[in-house]
Design a protein around this ligand. Structure first.
Ligand code: NAG
Ligand code: NAG
Ligand code: NAG
Length: 382
């Protein structure tokens, strides 16, 4: 029998359940200027704003909002830059104003605050490996779990009246016990809620927050830990990173890792626990394979209701011809609007963002109201 749906029957169909509420780009430059080829501790700290580091370029952000209709930016910074009082190298008190995304950023779009510290503190001179692991009780120079929680409690109290701000607890914890990752994250969540902030929190996982690895690693697997985090108001989403090259690092040009296959495990885990996820780092080079895989990944997030947001890696005012990902160190530029490659050719903004990623920014996103894992009202940007 040939079935021809009437309009009434169509109207009765459930609305497509998959919804991306937030889409945009990571803004990376706030963590710049601290790297040292000789691993000299203290390099670039606290650093000169606008010289060693910056958070965004307002014109770049304006282009992203006006031309590409994105409603989310993930803004990276270093903990060491906003915690000026050091006490025996420890994380101590929040003594200076936290990085305030500019009004033009937060008045129209949401921003994820992203301490880009790999769950380490006191020496970013050779990130992502330098610095003491936060909460390492065998390391007398390490910041404690309680100090990490105090930091988040303080930051939350300063941003709790700004419904455009989301709290990304930490960028890419790695090479540490998952139990300690869990303890630090739970302490931060508890402190944020105790400060009276209802903002959405994004929790990373161990092992660089890698989506492909989420259910791997036996007892250390994120899938054994992260769903146990308790948020008293249940406004906690999971922060996943996924690159497409051979070792998932985002370092290589060739895309060989199919994200649709590789995200199946973490997607199933999200579903099993009724959790929602953001992919806050992903990217690919300007090859045909990368573009196909990026298309596949963006489509996959649209089709699976477990995913509610994403930010591509990365734009930012300080990249110049350098590339945030996916180029084998070749200087192909960044996702920053106007970016050029070292050979003067189009940068990744023109070769990847515009033709591939920007086309997948949903026409309807959440432009009003606080971010909430249960969803919000989506509309076109007027
Ligand atoms: C914790 O600190 C001790 C002493 O410095 C060190 O041996 C150990 O590797 C550290 N643990 C982690 C996970 O870094
Ligand atoms: C999220 O939305 C649900 C359902 O509308 C609501 O009950 C809850 O209070 C909201 N949470 C926050 C933090 O606004
Ligand atoms: C990628 O971009 C660079 C810089 O514009 C260019 O030289 C190169 O040919 C491009 N590669 C592909 C596969 O299009």
């Amino acid at each position: 029998m040939k079935f021809s749906p009437t309009l009434a029957a169509l109207a009765a169909l459930p609305a497509t359940s998959a919804t991306i509420y937030f889409a945009g780009v990571a803004q990376s430059s706030g963590e710049f200027g601290a790297w040292s080829p000789t691993q000299t501790r203290g390099t670039g700290l606290p650093g000169r704003f606008g010289v060693d580091y910056a958070f965004i370029s307002t014109s770049g952000v304006d282009t992203m909002i006006d031309s590409h209709k994105v409603n989310l930016h993930r803004v990276a910074f270093l903990l060491e830059r906003i915690l000026h009082h050091h006490h025996q190298g420890r994380l101590y008190v929040l003594s200076s104003p936290p990085p305030s995304p500019s009004p033009s950023l937060t008045s129209e779009t949401d921003a994820i605050l992203d301490p880009h510290n790999y769950m380490r503190y006191n020496d970013p001179s050779s990130q992502p490996f330098s610095g003491s692991v936060i909460g390492n009780t065998s390391d007398p120079t390490a910041a404690t779990t309680a100090q990490f929680a105090a930091f988040w409690g303080e930051l939350a109290s300063r941003f709790k009246t700004n419904e455009k701000v989301l709290f990304g607890l930490m960028n890419e914890p790695h090479s540490m016990p998952s139990r300690l990752v869990f303890s630090n994250l739970q302490a931060a969540i508890t402190a944020i809620r105790a400060a009276g902030a209802n903002n959405m929190i994004l929790t990373p996982g161990n092992a660089w927050s890698g989506g492909h690895y989420w259910t791997k690693g036996g007892d250390e697997a994120n899938s054994k830990w992260i769903h146990k985090l308790v948020d008293p108001i249940k406004n906690l989403a999971v922060d996943i990173h996924e690159y497409l090259d051979e070792d998932f690092s985002g370092g290589h040009t060739a895309c060989t890792q199919d994200p649709v296959a590789n995200l199946a495990g973490v997607t199933g885990w999200l579903r099993e626990h009724g959790l929602k996820g953001f992919v806050t780092e992903f990217g690919g080079s300007n090859t045909t394979e990368c573009k196909l895989m990026l298309e596949g990944m963006l489509g996959y997030m649209e089709e699976n209701e477990e995913y509610i947001g994403w930010t591509a890696w990365a734009a930012g005012p300080f990249w110049g011809v350098n590339s945030p990902c996916c180029t084998d160190q070749r200087q192909l530029g960044s996702l920053e609007p106007g970016s050029r490659a070292a050979d003067g050719g189009p940068g990744l903004y023109d070769s990847v963002w515009v033709p591939v990623i920007a086309k997948r920014v949903p026409g309807r996103l959440q432009w009003d109201g606080p971010a909430n894992v249960t969803g919000g009202v989506v509309r076109e940007r007027v």
